[in-house]
Design a protein around this ligand. Structure first.
Ligand code: PGA
Length: 249
């Protein structure tokens, strides 16, 4: 059985490289000698190189990538550059990029394909945008969310065959219901597991849960074997939370 995977997504924080190094040290010092989970830190691009000098037990991740290696693409970061910085995991299709920056499924599909071909691991984020509170019928509510996610996966993974990621275990899905991200209201573990099982029916990949995970509610998810790990934003910026989260895995 795989170890649980913890991905710390620092988004656009902290403000300085020193603060980023301090956080990275907090992660490293919280890792136990035995039965440690697999941990990935995804700092802002600016800090990847410096943070990389201080991490030994954790792997580096990036929060995005561009699909072309060479060429005039102002502001973009290439896979070649990320590989040179020893980035091993790439978060793709985060809902903040889809929603705020207008990233489309076509763009996400290109990124996934290029990243897998380059031999890096992909953490593809999917999740329905709204909690359908108006729908009283539970089955219908879940069905709507499943259809949304199924459609995202179909588009984002177009042309990507099992053989490309199966052997290296290199495609990871992060199920992150958008309404649960950064709101302090995580999904219920039961509903998240229902969705994770649904994803696993069609894809032979690890599936993480993300959305307002913290050191308190993580215990309710950890007990489900279907949950292969977590993508954590806000709580991954607090040293005490980091330690307690690692401890509860
Ligand atoms: P959150 O973010 O833990 O702050 O909800 C999760 C994410 O955006 O990946």
């Amino acid at each position: 059985m795989n170890k649980k995977l913890l991905v710390f997504n620092w988004k656009s924080a902290p403000a300085t490289v020193d603060a980023a190094i301090k956080l990275a040290k907090a992660v490293e010092s919280g890792i136990p000698k035995k039965n440690a989970p697999e941990i990935v830190i995804a700092p802002p691009f600016l800090f990847i190189e410096e943070v990389g000098k201080f991490v030994k037990k954790t792997k580096l991740g990036s929060q995005d990538v561009f699909w072309k290696n060479i060429g005039p693409y102002t502001g973009e970061i290439s896979l070649r550059q990320e590989k040179n910085l020893k980035v091993k995991y790439v978060i793709i299709g985060h809902s903040e990029r889809r929603r705020i920056l207008g990233e489309t499924d076509t763009m996400i599909n290109k990124k996934v394909l290029a990243t897998l071909k380059a031999g890096l691991k992909v953490i593809l984020c999917v999740g329905e945008p709204k909690r359908e509170l108006g729908i009283k019928n539970y089955e219908l509510k879940i069905k709507k969310a499943k259809n949304y996610v199924k459609n995202q996966l179909k588009k984002d993974l177009r042309g990507i065959h099992n053989s490309l990621f199966k052997i290296h275990n290199s495609l990871i899905i992060a199920y992150e219901p958008v309404w649960a991200i950064g709101t302090g209201h995580s999904d219920s573990p039961e509903d998240a597991v229902e969705m994770i099982k649904f994803i696993k029916k069609t894809l032979n990949s690890r599936v993480l849960y993300g959305g307002s995970v913290n050191s308190k509610n993580i215990k309710n998810f950890v007990k489900y074997k279907e949950v292969d790990g977590f993508l954590i934003g806000g709580a991954s910026l607090k040293p005490k939370e980091i330690k307690n989260i690692i401890k509860s895995i």
